[in-house]
Design a protein around this ligand. Structure first.
Ligand code: SF4
Length: 236
């Protein structure tokens, strides 16, 4: 395919995404996911951090056997890996685990131990952003569990938008949901959630960069606490 053809395909996808974002703004999460699975078929996947399996569950209703992409950074809590294994065992989804090019030991040998404490942006770039970018190449569209109420940086998340960095359609079917909506869906459908959410954590990421919440803190305050960092680079 020529560069011009690639550019024109990307422009068409971008226009499609922006139109869908407007058309589906008031649609339900399931309607948004049905649009995505009907439009992209096997070129669509869900990404999940295994904090909960809400979007994976919704997507499996729209497309049984849908690909659910999980990024194993090598730094996850055991509970997160356990949630991934449970999702794979009980849900009608195809879990795909991506790993960074280097193991933690190899990264430590090249960059020194605890890079996450000294340069979390570089650590996230190598252990999250890059492997996801490579893992998503086979897809035209991907879904995330981003919600507008999670943080100011996510307040304008479209339900369907254009991921300029990866040149892909980015679907956020629960962008308009609140935590209460998530809790209600989990209760109604018995959806798997990470046990750490019941143990004082408001959001679950890599173990070295995640702590329990203090009283009154926002859900994501326990991620990279005290560093000024709020996103890993996947969504920004
Ligand atoms: S969240 Fe922390 S440990 Fe995980 S990749 Fe980013 S800096 Fe590294």
């Amino acid at each position: 395919m020529t560069t011009a053809q690639v550019t024109s395909e990307a422009e068409e996808l971008k226009a499609l995404a922006e139109q869908a974002g407007r058309d589906l703004e008031d649609a339900s999460a399931l309607e948004i996911l049905r649009w995505a699975t009907e439009t992209f078929g096997k070129k669509f996947c869900v990404t999940s951090s295994m904090e909960d399996a809400v979007v994976a569950h919704l997507a499996s209703r729209a497309l049984p056997g849908v690909d659910v992409v999980f990024l194993d950074t090598g730094y996850h809590f055991e509970e997160t890996i356990g949630t991934r294994d449970a999702v794979e065992a009980v849900m009608d989804v195809n879990v795909i685990t991506l790993t960074p090019r280097q193991t933690v030991a190899e990264q430590d040998a090249e960059f020194g131990p605890k890079l996450h404490d000294r340069n979390p942006d570089l650590c996230c770039a190598m252990r999250k952003v890059k492997p996801l970018e490579e893992g998503l190449t086979r897809y035209a569209a991907w879904a995330t569990g981003l919600r507008r109420d999670e943080s100011p940086t996510r307040a304008n998340t479209p339900v369907v938008g254009w991921d300029e960095k990866r040149q892909k359609v980015k679907v956020s079917p629960i962008a308009r949901w609140t935590q209460d909506d998530v809790d209600a869906y989990v209760a109604e459908h018995g959806v798997l959630t990470n046990p750490l959410l019941m143990d004082g954590y408001g959001s679950v990421g890599c173990a070295p960069c995640t702590r329990r919440l203090l009283e009154g803190e926002d859900a994501r305050a326990g991620r990279w606490a005290g560093s000024g960092k709020t996103e890993c680079g996947i969504h920004g």
